[in-house]
Design a protein around this ligand. Structure first.
Ligand code: NAD
Length: 460
């Protein structure tokens, strides 16, 4: 079996090598999950909840171990990795709580003349085996958003974590085993997307594929998955507007963090920043100063702000987009500096909407600042995107806030915050090229259960 080398993204050393699952290993994992399904589906809700809460507790206890692993295999700065671990504990806790309130409703059958004398209700039943495929950028919490609701609902899962960051998922699975999760209920397979992932997606047995990752892979999965439910959580070129009445003391540090946390490798990372011309000078002076003050380097340092990107190729691709934009007339407001996977935060201005740094998903520590005169124009520019995940708007003007809510075809609008805000119980997901379906524990459970209608004929 070929091996998958998992690298420390800062030092480049191999942390661990894993066997790559081929088609037969994927098939064996799916079969184990299939065999485990009837027992897990019949496990009482309070017991499923206890296991989820038990795993959450173990992750909390081992939080420093998780944080260090995420910092090493994903290159995520310690403070942000620690934040991810804390959120994952919440996500699994929400899943444990939700496991106890999965239920249907009665249906007024006699509202139809043809339904007289009948009593109806529906239940929520688990689907069966769920295939879960996750990206590198949140190796714990985005896994939690599939495993938590999946287990809460009584499904069994086969998880293929990103090949760059599988070790965090392995540690998480260990916490579940220690919390009493039966064998086969959560299976892990490792390997590249094009082979291991593809075999999992094409396998006919699972009832659903839940995927978080890039739009091209999402579109491919939709084509080859066959007759299954599919949830797709995809990318975005997220934007935020800063109106003149914004509280800059809040907006400046928040927009800086939103653009550069996790080296910009966040699906709701701030990439397009629209600032009203009357405050642009003052805003930019503070924004650039705060950006220059960010500490770039070893993610294990407690004061690191920006660690390495996931790969040399990803960092080189981002640099080439930046240089291309500059060649086409964009102006850098920070120094363009890259050392291997480390790319220093980049602020561009004088960008045009058709430049790659604006119209494609950058997924890198870079942001373009665009000045505008009229709010309506800023809103039109923000809305002009094939993606539709989240957007932000700083204003104290309710009229403008509601205008934005109405105008933006996105999954979430953050008023007095940036596109990056997320808590794990809220409905979360995108429209158009940003995906299909919603996560956020309760909402993912809805998508991981089938409604089963029961009707009693009480007529004589
Ligand atoms: P990616 O699409 O390259 O990979 C994601 C996962 O898909 C990995 O596990 C990979 O191995 C697998 N994969 C790749 N090709 C496959 C194939 N042909 N068949 C089956 N599986 C395959 O994405 P990435 O680089 O890991 O992550 C970055 C992307 O994820 C960005 O576009 C980002 O916006 C998106 N993302 C979205 C959300 C969200 O919730 N909407 C959250 C985080 C990241």
């Amino acid at each position: 079996m070929a091996a998958l080398d998992v690298l420390d993204k800062f030092t480049g050393e191999i942390i661990r090598s894993l066997p790559i699952a081929g088609e037969s290993e994927v098939d064996a994992a799916v079969r184990r999950a299939q065999r485990a399904f009837p027992g897990w589906a019949a496990t009482p809700a309070h017991r499923r909840a206890a296991i989820l809460l038990g795993a959450a507790e173990r992750i909390q206890t081992r939080r420093d171990e998780f944080t260090a692993l995420i910092a090493r295999e994903a290159g995520k700065a310690w403070k942000h990795a620690a934040g991810e671990v804390a959120r994952s504990v919440e996500t699994f806790t929400f899943a444990g709580e939700e496991a106890k309130r999965i239920h249907g409703e009665t249906v007024p059958m006699d509202a139809s003349a043809f339904g007289e004398g009948r009593v109806g209700f529906y239940l929520r039943a688990p689907l069966g085996v769920v295939s879960a495929i996750t990206p590198f950028n949140f190796p714990l919490n985005l896994v939690a958003h599939k495993v938590g609701p999946g287990l809460a609902a009584g499904n069994t899962l086969v998880l293929k974590p990103a090949e760059e960051t599988p070790l965090t998922a392995i540690l998480m699975a260990e916490c579940f085993r220690d919390a009493g999760l039966p064998d086969g209920v959560l299976e892990l397979v490792h390997g590249p997307g094009e082979t291991t992932g593809d075999a999992l997606v094409r396998h006919p047995a699972p009832a659903k594929v839940t995927f978080t990752g890039s739009p091209p892979v999402g579109a491919h999965i939709l084509k080859v998955a066959g007759l299954k439910r599919v949830t797709l959580e995809l990318g975005n070129n997220s934007g935020t507007i800063v109106e003149p009445d914004a509280n800059l003391e809040q907006a400046v540090p928040r927009t800086v963090m939103s653009a550069f946390a996790n080296a910009g490798q966040v699906c709701i990372s701030l990439q397009r920043l629209y600032v009203h011309e009357t405050i642009a000078e003052a805003f930019l002076a503070q924004f650039i100063a705060a950006t220059r003050a960010l500490k770039v380097g070893n993610p294990l340092d407690r004061d690191c702000d920006v660690g390495p990107m996931i790969s040399d190729e990803a960092a080189a691709r981002a640099e080439s987009w930046i240089r291309e934009a500059i060649g086409e007339g964009a102006r850098p407001l920070t120094e363009i500096k890259r050392e291997g996977r480390l790319l220093w935060p980049v602020v561009l201005t004088d960008t045009r909407p058709d430049m790659k740094v604006m119209c494609r998903e950058a997924f890198a520590p870079l942001v373009s600042v665009v000045r505008y005169e009229r709010f309506e124009d800023a809103l039109a520019m923000l809305a002009d995107s094939p993606y539709g995940l989240q957007a932000g708007l700083y204003t104290r003007d309710l009229y403008k806030a509601f205008k934005a809510v109405a105008a933006l075809d996105v999954g979430g609008v953050m008023v007095n915050d940036t596109s990056i805000f997320r808590v794990d119980q809220m409905p979360y997901g995108g429209n158009r090229m940003s995906g299909i379906g919603r996560e956020g524990v309760r909402f993912a459970i809805e998508e991981m259960t089938n409604l089963k209608l029961v009707c009693f004929n009480l007529g004589d």
